[in-house]
Design a protein around this ligand. Structure first.
Ligand code: NAP
Length: 335
């Protein structure tokens, strides 16, 4: 699938802005020879997202600066964080050092952060439109940035305030403080709520997507409404995924990881590269997280991988439904 036609968004300009770098459409479409580091997907008429970004969930404030600096050093040009990860200060420091060390400018990096919406069942007060705008400013301050490339509502937990939060994101984009805006963990019903209110639809929905959680009905709705998918927890089927850390992964799932080991061997790549390649081949931007320098490099080095149609069809049969990244259950299921 051509990057430029993902989600049916036409790119009309004959010069594309690629994470701040100017590239011709020809170099964008160089196909198989195009490095995975420079591959991007469109989010709106002027904004493209790198196909591979660096995830920072479960990286604490102290580790974040060094990890993000290292990630930029090996070629990542998208950093994904969130207010609730409590590491935005460290991420911001890592971005500044990483850019400086590599002779890069702010426009050369794509930065995503997310609003924690608040959830009444956890004794939190869902944020209002004004509080959302204030939360965004607080994130900018912690990151040390004057704009972000993508701002997301982290999950649909905001309930009665969900539409007010979305209106605040529209305000933020209108003010030029976020180049693109979207949601995360929204299901069809949450997206329909925005549509029914007559509001501009999100440009992005960041959701858990891997062979065990494929969400075909949601993806089909998103394609129809030009909402770009970003995949998180692409590596969930790996036996090394979040060892000893929080998730809803059960012991019986561990036994099924061998399928991916076999497929990876067949294509001469690591299991992680296979799973990330599967995501990108489906048109999903991916966000691998690793604190291990070798894995960090490996996760952005799978450019030549092309999974056969037959194997793509086989993987469709492995879908288990809901995601496992949130220990409380897949957040797309909240009311
Ligand atoms: P992930 O990136 O799919 O997997 C990370 C886990 O896999 C870590 O335990 C890591 O361990 C291990 N790993 C990484 N590369 C590996 C490799 N090449 N070989 C073997 N093991 C490897 O999981 P994730 O952190 O859940 O998701 C990625 C990012 O998506 C997050 O960091 C966050 O930015 C975002 N996210 C968003 C949401 C949301 O609700 N919007 C939810 C979850 C995640 P080491 O660090 O030890 O290498």
């Amino acid at each position: 699938m051509e990057a430029d036609s993902i989600c049916g968004i036409a790119v009309t300009s004959n010069v594309l802005i690629v994470a701040g770098l100017m590239r011709s459409p020809e170099s964008q479409n160089a196909g198989e020879t195009m490095s995975i580091i420079t591959k991007t997907f469109p989010l709106n008429a002027t904004t493209r997202i790198p196909a591979v970004g660096f995830g920072t969930f479960l990286i604490n404030q102290e580790e974040a600066a060094a990890a993000v600096k290292a990630a930029i050093g090996v070629g990542y040009r998208h950093i994904d964080t969130a207010a609730v990860y409590a590491n935005e200060d460290g991420v911001g420091e890592g971005i500044r050092t990483g850019l400086k060390n590599n002779g890069l400018a702010r426009e050369d990096i794509f930065v995503t952060t997310k609003l924690w919406p608040g959830f009444s069942e956890w004794n939190e007060v869902p944020k209002s439109r004004e509080q959302t705008r204030n939360e965004f400013q607080a994130s900018l301050k912690r990151l040390g940035l004057d704009y972000v490339d993508l701002y997301l509502i982290h999950s649909p937990h905001g309930g009665t305030q969900r539409l007010e939060q979305w209106k605040a994101l529209l305000d933020i984009k209108e003010a030029g403080l976020a180049r693109s805006i979207g949601v995360s963990n929204f299901n069809l019903s949450h997206l329909e709520e925005i549509k029914a209110a007559g509001l501009t639809m999100p440009e992005v929905n960041q959701i858990e997507l891997h062979p065990w959680s494929q969400k075909p009905a949601l993806l089909s709705y998103m394609k129809e409404h030009q909402i770009a998918p970003i995949a998180y927890s692409s590596l969930a089927p790996l036996s090394t995924w979040r060892t000893g850390q929080e998730s809803a992964k059960s012991a019986d799932m561990l036994a099924e990881s061998q399928i991916f080991a076999d497929l990876a061997t067949k294509y001469g790549v690591s299991e992680a590269q296979f799973l990330l390649g599967w995501g990108v081949q489906n048109g999903f931007a991916v966000l691998p997280k690793s604190l291990n320098p070798e894995r960090m490099r490996q996760n952005i080095d799978f450019g030549g991988l092309e999974i056969s149609e037959e194997d793509m069809q086989f993987i469709l049969t492995l879908d288990r439904g809901n995601g496992i990244a949130w220990s409380v259950g897949d957040p797309t299921q909240v009311k």
